[in-house]
Design a protein around this ligand. Structure first.
Ligand code: NAD
Length: 434
C-alpha cells in the first residue's frame, strides 16, 4: 500500500513510522519546513520513546520519507491520512477544524485514481461529511471515499499502542474503502487486534466517548481523593478496592492534579459543545470539565497550604512540567495552572523536567530552570512532584534535605509513602491520603 500521512506531529509521525514498519510505502507530509528539515536530517522533532530508532530503520529501508510537498505525496497514494491538529477554537471551545478542512482542500486538488481519504485527527461527529463535501466540490471527478479512523494511542507509549491496539475503529459505509483499510491494517491481524467497522459518524463519536469516559474516571477518583482527605481515608486503597472489580477496572484510577495534555481537555470540551448543539447535553462531561479546570489551580493552593499559608518570597521547586511522563508535550499540562497560581501568590518558581523544558519555556514566563532534581531543590522552601517521571521515583531525601531551606514535599502523584519521606524530616502532603 502507498500511504500519505498529512501532518507529522505526535500522531502522524508515529502512525506513519508504524505503517512503514508494517511494510507499507509511507510519505509523511508537514507544512512546517523546520519539522521536515529535521526529519530529513535524521532528527526527531518530538520526544517519544523508541521513535528515533523506528524512523531511522524505516528510512534506511526506503519505506519512509518526508516532504513539505503535499501534492506529489497524495498523487498515487492508496490511502491519504489526515493527522493534523484539532485544537480548541479560541473563544468558544469547539474543535477548530480549519487545519482539517484546509488539508482536505489541498488533498482534493492532488488526488489521482481511487483514493481513500482517512481522518485520523480527532474530529466532531459529522466532520467526515464536510470533508467529503469539500473534496467533491473541489474535485468533482475524483474517485474518493472518506473514512474515519480515530487514533487511540497514548503519548509516551505511542508505538506499542499503535502496534498492539486494544481495537481499531474504521468508520465507513463503503465496502471498497473498507477493503483498503483492511489491507492497511492487515499486519495487525497477527496480533488479533479487533477491527470494528462502523458507520462514519459512529466512529467519530466513539473517539470522543472514549476520551470523555476516561476523563470522567480520573475526575471521579480525584473527587473521591478530596473526600478521603476530609474523612481520614486513603484514596489509593479505595482505588484498589474498587479497581479489582472487573466491571470497574484498575486503570485510570490514580488521583492527581487533574488531567491535562493535548487530548482530554480539548476533546471533553468539544464533546460538551457538540452535545449541546444537538440538544442532547452530556451533563456528566460538562461537570467533569468544570471540576478538572478548578482542580489544576487548586493544586497551587495545596502547595501554599503546605508552606504554611503563604509562599510570598519563597522558592518553590517543581519536579516535572509535562502533563505526564515520557513525553515532551506541554499542551494543557496542569503545571501551567500550578505555576500561574504560585506566581500570583508571590512565589519564586524553579523547575526541572527531563524532556519538557524546551516546550515549557515559551509557555511559562518568569520561572527558572534547573539541570536536575537536586539543583532544582537547592535553597527551596518546598519541593513539588508534579509529573511522575521515573527520575523522581527514587530521590535521595537526605541529599534533598541538606540542599533545601525548608523540608516540605508536596507529592501530587502519590509517588512516595508518608513514612519514607517523614523519616527524613520532611513535612509531606499528597493527594487523598489523610
Ligand atoms: P500535532 O500538533 O503534534 O501535529 C499536527 C501537525 O500537522 C503539525 O506538525 C502541523 O504542522 C501539521 N499540519 C497542519 N496542517 C497541515 C497541512 N495542511 N498540511 C500538512 N501538515 C499540516 O498534533 P497531534 O498531537 O499529532 O494530534 C493530531 C490529531 O490527532 C489531533 O486531532 C489530536 O486530537 C489527535 N490525537 C492526538 C493524540 C496524541 O496523543 N497527541 C492521540 C490521539 C489522537
Amino acid at each position: 500500500m502507498r500511504i500519505a500521512m498529512i501532518g507529522s506531529g505526535y500522531v502522524g509521525l508515529v502512525s506513519g513510522a508504524c505503517f512503514a514498519d508494517f511494510g507499507h510505502d509511507v510519505i509523511c507530509v508537514d507544512k512546517d519546513p523546520a519539522k521536515i528539515e529535521a526529519l530529513q536530517a535524521g532528527r526527531i522533532p518530538i520526544f517519544e520513546p523508541g521513535l528515533d530508532a523506528l524512523v531511522g530503520d524505516n528510512v534506511r529501508q526506503g519505506r519512509l520519507s518526508f516532504t513539505t510537498e503535499l501534492a506529489p505525496a497524495v498523487a498515487g497514494a492508496d490511502a491519504v491520512f489526515i493527522a493534523v491538529g484539532t485544537p480548541s477554537r479560541r473563544g468558544d471551545g469547539f474543535a477548530d477544524l480549519s487545519f482539517v478542512y484546509a488539508a482536505a482542500r489541498e488533498i482534493a486538488g492532488a488526488i489521482t485514481g481511487y483514493t481513500v481519504v482517512v481522518t485520523k485527527s480527532t474530529v466532531p461527529v459529522g466532520t467526515g461529511d464536510e470533508v467529503e463535501h469539500i473534496i467533491r466540490e473541489t474535485a468533482p471527478e475524483a474517485e474518493v471515499a472518506v473514512v474515519s479512523n480515530p487514533e487511540f494511542l497514548r503519548e509516551g507509549a505511542a508505538i506499542d499502542d499503535f502496534k498492539r491496539p486494544d481495537r481499531i475503529v474504521i468508520g465507513t459505509e463503503d465496502a471498497r474503502a473498507a477493503a483498503v483499510m483492511n489491507e492497511v491494517y492487515r499486519p495487525l491481524y497477527l496480533n488479533a487486534a479487533p477491527i470494528l467497522v462502523t458507520g462514519r459518524r459512529t466512529a467519530e463519536l466513539t473517539k470522543y466517548a472514549a476520551n470523555a469516559f476516561l476523563a470522567t474516571k480520573i475526575t471521579f477518583i480525584n473527587e473521591i481523593a478530596d473526600l478521603c482527605e476530609q474523612v481520614g481515608a486513603n484514596v489509593q486503597e479505595v482505588a484498589r478496592g474498587i479497581g479489582l472489580d472487573n466491571r470497574i477496572g484498575k486503570k485510570f484510577l490514580h488521583a492527581g492534579p487533574g488531567y491535562g495534555g493535548s487530548c482530554f481537555p480539548k476533546d471533553t470540551l468539544a464533546l460538551v459543545k457538540t452535545a449541546q448543539d444537538h440538544g442532547a447535553p452530556i451533563r456528566i462531561v460538562e461537570t467533569v470539565v468544570a471540576v478538572n479546570d478548578q482542580r489544576k489551580r487548586a493544586m497551587a493552593r495545596k502547595v501554599i497550604a503546605a508552606c504554611g499559608g503563604s509562599v510570598r518570597g519563597k522558592t518553590v521547586a517543581l519536579l516535572g512540567l509535562t502533563f505526564k511522563p515520557n513525553t515532551d508535550d506541554m499542551r494543557d499540562a496542569p503545571s501551567l495552572s500550578i505555576v500561574a497560581g504560585l506566581r500570583d501568590a508571590g512565589a519564586i518558581v524553579r523547575a526541572y523536567d527531563p524532556e519538557g523544558m524546551e516546550q515549557a519555556r515559551p509557555l511559562l514566563e518568569g520561572i527558572t530552570y534547573a539541570e536536575d532534581a537536586y539543583h532544582c531543590a537547592e535553597g527551596a522552601d518546598a519541593l513539588v512532584i508534579v509529573t511522575e517521571w521515573n527520575a523522581f521515583r527514587a530521590l535521595d531525601f537526605a541529599r534533598l534535605r541538606a540542599a533545601m531551606t525548608e523540608a516540605v514535599l508536596v507529592d501530587l502523584r502519590n509517588v512516595y509513602s508518608r513514612n519514607t519521606v517523614e523519616k527524613h524530616g520532611f513535612r509531606y502532603s499528597s493527594i487523598g491520603i489523610a
